[in-house]
Write a protein that binds this ligand. Structure first.
Ligand SMILES: [Zn+2]
Length: 80
């Protein structure tokens, strides 16, 4: 379990450090006006509708990305 988490963290960290991601997430934040799509709170977080881990081919697809605050994203992950 721990090993799996470590691996997942490595993969997502690689994405979040990449230049294409920084550019694309900036575009998404601009598109959504830095507001959480769920509650409207100001945030700089971009959420993947489909996990970047299981759908890496969609990790930079604008339709798969949505601005979402910590709290709302946490609620989604808890539900799964
Ligand atoms: Zn929110």
């Amino acid at each position: 379990m721990l090993r799996k988490l470590e691996k997942e963290k490595k993969i997502t960290n690689m994405l979040y450090d990449s230049k294409p991601w920084l550019i694309r997430s900036g575009e998404v934040l601009k598109r959504d006006k830095h507001k959480c799509k769920s509650c409207g709170r100001k945030t700089n977080r971009v959420h993947h509708r489909r996990s970047a881990l299981y759908h890496p081919e969609m990790s930079l697809y604008p339709g798969n990305l949505v601005t979402m605050c910590d709290k709302c994203e946490g609620e989604i992950h808890n539900r799964n």
